[in-house]
Design a protein around this ligand. Structure first.
Ligand SMILES: *Cc1c(COP(=O)(O)O)cnc(C)c1O
Length: 399
């Protein structure tokens, strides 16, 4: 891998990703089958709708849905699915979006599901002319909230599956579907980052949306699957708002290859390798002064574990966030999963490592912990400053 590493030659830092599948880091390691597929189709002309028909067959086989297609991203899929629920197959209405004639454009979402995956999920709904109707409170939704919100204005109900959502007090997908379907409302599921390609349709979803570039290791893309009429109406949005979300032949063909590779992937072998990294890190760090290391399962039941490193700043002489920042600044830069770092811990995610990188991660964390131990003062910058500086770099971009 290091021999072929293109990054230094174009002036990019060779980051090591122990954060997860992050858009900001380039999502995932694309599987070789998808890379080969993309290279093989790029020089050829194809009839795109036929290629999407082929993709539909593969997506249907893997998801158990009646049909499917490939779009630019899961976020695009949310917008297109909402658009479909509003317009049906009315081509004039499709071209009119985001303007909607009439008022059947409400999309019901549980308040605890309104998350940001780098952009707000409710914006993906509004982009398509949908009007978000929030139900329940941040940490509780009851059946009557959903029942009471459904009217003749309701176009769809959206359900988000993610570690980002509030993970208690929400309606289960089964209940959500049962209540929505009793009143003829279709259910769209955002399952961007979930491994199980079948369960959400099995539990009653009419449409399910995945990212092609997360666990699947496909090119940047989104996968739409489910009921044929709704998939078709979602596909038709390519004549409208979907144009700005288009994918080319390479992404469609790349996703097909990634899905086929998924069918034959050695899932148990990969899990075992990742478990080895986690044990290595736990054994190396647990019990160091001020450090607790624990292996934890994924919060949405994906078949993967992560290492939680909890840092006691008085004993480790460094805060969890200063350690995370030092690793990100270091050489090579190591990006940890730090979205809960104010609670004095971060995670190491083993899913996006090239073999050998686990050793570099071990060494770099060890170095930073040693340096902090040796320091007379506790390395503790203020969390408020960190928060204030959060978007500084972006606001200066491209400088
Ligand atoms: C990543 C993610 C998205 C966005 O997926 P893209 O394919 O990157 O647009 C949407 N929802 C959830 C829950 C996600 O985790």
């Amino acid at each position: 891998m290091p021999n072929e590493d293109i990054r230094p030659s174009v002036g990019l830092r060779p980051v090591i990703n122990v954060s997860g599948t992050m858009t900001s880091l380039g999502a995932s390691i694309v599987v070789t089958q998808a890379i080969a597929a993309m290279g093989s189709i790029l020089p050829q002309f194809v009839e795109i709708n036929d290629l999407q028909r082929k993709a539909s067959t593969v997506i249907a086989r893997l998801t158990g849905g009646e049909a499917g297609f490939v779009t630019a991203s899961c976020s695009a899929g949310i917008s297109l699915a909402v658009a479909a629920a509003i317009t049906g197959n009315d081509l004039a209405a499709i071209e009119r979006l985001p303007e909607v004639r009439g008022d059947k454009n409400e999309v019901i979402v549980q308040m605890g599901h309104v998350v940001s995956y780098g952009a707000p999920v409710d914006q993906a709904v509004r982009l398509a002319g949908g009007k978000v109707v929030l139900i329940g409170q941040a940490t509780s939704t009851y059946r009557h909230h959903l029942e009471g919100a459904i009217t003749e204005k309701t176009a769809a109900a959206l359900y988000v599956v993610s570690h980002h959502v509030v993970n208690y007090g929400m309606l289960s997908l089964k209940e959500f579907c049962e209540i929505a379907h009793a009143k003829g409302v279709p259910v769209i599921v955002d399952a961007a980052s979930e491994y199980d390609l079948r369960i959400f349709l099995e539990q009653g979803a009419d449409l399910v949306l995945y990212s092609g570039h997360k666990f699947l290791g496909g090119p940047t893309s989104g996968i739409v699957a489910g009921r044929k009429d709704m998939v078709r109406n979602t596909f038709l949005q390519n004549l409208g708002i979907g144009r700005g979300m288009k994918v080319g032949k390479e992404s469609i063909f790349g996703v097909m290859a990634a899905l086929e590779a998924w069918e034959t992937r050695d899932h148990a072998g990969i899990r075992q390798r990742e478990a080895g990294y986690l044990r290595l890190w736990r054994d190396r760090f647990d019990g160091r002064p001020g450090v607790k290391a624990m292996i934890e399962p994924d919060p949405t039941n994906n078949p993967l574990d992560r290492l939680r490193l909890t840092i006691d700043q008085r004993e480790a002489h460094i805060t969890a966030w200063d350690l995370a920042d030092a690793l990100a600044r270091g050489n090579p830069p190591i990006i940890v999963r730090d979205h809960e770092v104010e609670h004095n811990y971060f995670y190491l995610d083993p899913c996006n490592l090239h073999p050998g990188e686990e050793v570099i991660v071990t060494a770099r964390i060890g170095e930073e912990l040693d340096r902090a131990q040796a320091s007379n003062e506790i390395i503790a910058t203020s969390l408020e400053d960190r928060s204030r500086r959060r978007f500084d770099g972006l606001l200066r971009w491209p400088d």
